[in-house]
Design a protein around this ligand. Structure first.
Ligand SMILES: CC(=O)SCCNC(=O)CCNC(=O)[C@H](O)C(C)(C)COP(=O)(O)OP(=O)(O)OC[C@H]1O[C@@H](n2cnc3c(N)ncnc32)[C@H](O)[C@@H]1OP(=O)(O)O
Length: 588
């Protein structure tokens, strides 16, 4: 790639960033960048937010952070990577960095790299080698741009600094050819005073060393790796000199989690962890083991020395130590890190950054893009809304109707198919006997329900009769909605089981924990718990349905929370439909 060697002074919107940019003119944003932080450790905490928000104006996907406090990029001879001993300030800086990143550049995948951090004792026997990068480290995403907070003494220095920075980055990491460089100058006027105060607070005592350990362990679910996970992992990597063991919650341990159906599969969580850890500190030996009970290897592995916990999991750490003592093993040092607050949390979300909040934010969004079905007419756009009994599906369908959709109620159409004189009446009576009839010869649905729910074969006999009839009525209703070019919501409890996906453009699924569904069915329909459970067992599980869903909704919380989810889903749907029109328009 040709690199344009002229300088550009770029004023990126806000006064926080003035960049000297040395890059191909055609490229406005970079996918992956590496930020080399050179400010002294005591000043970094205050600088980190403005530096990150400046960096976020240049990088859009992955931002690696390489810490080298005090690095002099103004003198080519001095800009060489060296090992830095882990100190307590680095650990709090890491927490601060991820916390600020969540606030100011939440869309970026930030990863703090620690190859150049090593405790002095673990350097013994390496012949005093002090180069953390004998060859450039390959990262999972190659940096296309290197950025720095290095403070220019005079603007004429910028070319020298940019070149020095590129050389430094290329020495440490395999970067893309034609690596661009950006010098960030966050607005620091007010910061400088505060930094003075920080310096005074620290006093002349120097940094407090961080105790490190050969083998460190943590446990967790690590669903959708976020800043709090990364802080935990990064600090564990800082503490570990040799081996890092991660107990990864699986199966039984996930059962009680909020929106457990949206937890990433085990294999994907392992893959994401491996990629992150391999970037962060490839010299460590990583072991990721499945946890089907709370303790795993933490209570049996005699080599472990330290367990990293948060305020919330400290008690778990103490329980580990109790078990270790019972098993004749030494106690682990409990290293506690702070919980990171989530500045953007909503009222149903936890105050801390959490995976369950991230999962709840997925509700109403497009999880899987719909497949194009050329046999399906483009209008009306049909949403198949499915969901277990008691999941609140029909209330969601009504909310969508209020927003302008045409609602097709399949339960209702089902009842119509076996009204006296209707297409399926005679066959249903022949199949299930006259004891399902009321005095007025109508079918008593509760009696019929008792015969079919909990009995797969009987249920199939019923659905074999009624589904084709209901499908005809549904198609007729869809046809009618075509005139108005409207969105149709096909409210169908067992849409997936019936194989009706061919009739719809998208599948939306409502979920609710099974215990809650059973309670709702009992209260609403006045049936016993046993009957409610039987009904639920006649349907696909939440997890099975979610596996086929383009959009997932959940009615577990207050009605206005459901309403906001529905409005979000509706708004995003309108955007998708508009996009479809534009793509298929003869003018496009
Ligand atoms: C493809 C579709 O989704 S079509 C719509 C569903 N209808 C059918 O499958 C037709 C067969 N079912 C029926 O005829 C009736 O449901 C009966 C006779 C079994 C029971 O009648 P009723 O007691 O009046 O119950 P109703 O029809 O209101 O349905 C009650 C619940 O049973 C569930 N249900 C209905 N049909 C089925 C089925 N075939 N399999 C599993 N569950 C079913 C629904 O989810 C509904 O729960 P929800 O309202 O919380 O979503």
């Amino acid at each position: 790639m040709a690199v344009q060697l002229s300088f550009q002074y770029l004023h990126y919107g806000s006064p926080t960033a003035v960049c000297v940019c040395h890059r191909p003119a055609s490229m406005s944003m970079f996918s992956t960048g590496i930020l080399v932080l050179t400010s002294p450790l005591h000043t970094l905490p205050l600088r980190i937010a403005p530096v990150l928000s400046s960096a976020a104006q240049v990088v859009e996907r992955t931002l690696y952070v390489h810490l080298h406090p005090g690095l002099n990029l103004g003198s080519a001879g001095q800009a060489r990577p060296v090992y830095i001993p882990p100190v307590a300030d680095v650990s709090s800086l890491i927490a601060r960095l991820y916390s600020n990143a969540a606030d100011v550049c939440g869309h970026l995948d930030v990863r703090v790299l620690l190859t150049n951090f090593r405790a002095q004792q673990s350097l013994v026997g390496t012949g005093g080698a002090n180069n953390p990068f004998p060859s450039p480290q390959t990262l999972s995403h190659s940096p296309e741009v290197v950025l720095t907070d290095f403070h220019l003494q005079d603007p004429d220095q910028s070319l020298l600094v940019a070149q020095c920075l590129q050389r430094y980055a290329g020495h440490c990491y395999t970067c893309t050819p034609g690596l661009a460089s950006v010098l960030l100058h966050p607005h620091l006027d007010t910061l400088e005073e505060k930094e003075e105060v920080e310096l005074e607070r620290h006093g002349p005592a120097g940094p407090e060393p961080l105790q490190t350990y050969s083998d460190v362990v943590v446990g967790g679910t690590f669903d959708r790796l976020h800043g709090a996970h990364k802080t935990l992992l990064n600090i564990s990597c800082l503490l570990a000199n040799k081996r890092f063991v991660i107990g990864l919650c699986d199966s039984e341990l996930l059962k009680k989690k909020v929106l457990k159906e949206l937890i990433e599969p085990y294999a994907l969580r392992v893959e994401r962890l491996q990629e992150f850890l391999q970037d962060v500190k490839p010299s460590l030996q990583y072991e990721i083991v499945p946890l089907s009970e709370p303790f795993g290897p933490s209570i049996t592995d005699s080599n472990l020395q330290c367990i990293v916990v948060s305020e919330e999991t400290r008690r778990g750490g103490e329980a580990v130590n109790k078990k270790r003592l019972e098993n004749g093993l030494s106690e682990l040092v409990l290293h506690e890190i702070q919980v990171i607050k989530d500045a953007h949390h909503s009222e149903i979300e936890e105050e801390k950054i959490s995976s369950s909040s991230l999962r709840s934010r997925l509700l109403g969004t497009l999880l899987t893009p719909p497949k194009d079905n050329p046999l399906l007419p483009p209008v009306p756009y049909v949403i198949g809304l499915s969901g277990g009994s008691g999941s609140g599906k029909s209330s969601i369908a009504r909310r969508l109707e209020a927003l302008g959709a045409v609602r097709i109620d399949s339960d209702q159409l089902g009842h119509e198919t076996y009204c006296p004189g209707a297409a399926a009446y005679q066959r249903v009576v022949e199949e299930f006997g006259e004891d399902i009839l009321n005095d007025d010869k109508t079918i008593n649905r509760r009696s019929l329900g008792r015969k079919v729910f909990g009995n797969k074969e009987r249920l199939k006999s019923l659905t074999d009769i009624v589904w084709p009839e209901i499908a005809l009525l549904v198609k007729h209703k869809i046809q009618q909605a075509r005139e108005g070019k409207q969105v149709c919501i096909l409210d169908a409890a067992v849409l997936l089981e019936a194989g009706w996906t061919e009739m719809v453009h998208e599948v939306w699924v409502t979920i609710i924990p099974e215990e809650e569904a059973a309670l709702r069915i009992m209260a609403r329909d006045g049936v016993s718990e046993e009957d409610a459970r039987r009904r639920l067992e006649s349907q696909w599980s939440n997890a099975q349905q979610v596996g086929h869903a383009n959009v997932v909704l959940c009615t577990l919380w207050e009605p206005d929370v459901t309403q906001r989810q529905v409005q979000k889903a509706w708004k995003l749907l309108q955007e998708r439909i508009q996009q479809r029109w534009e793509n298929n328009s003869p003018l496009s």
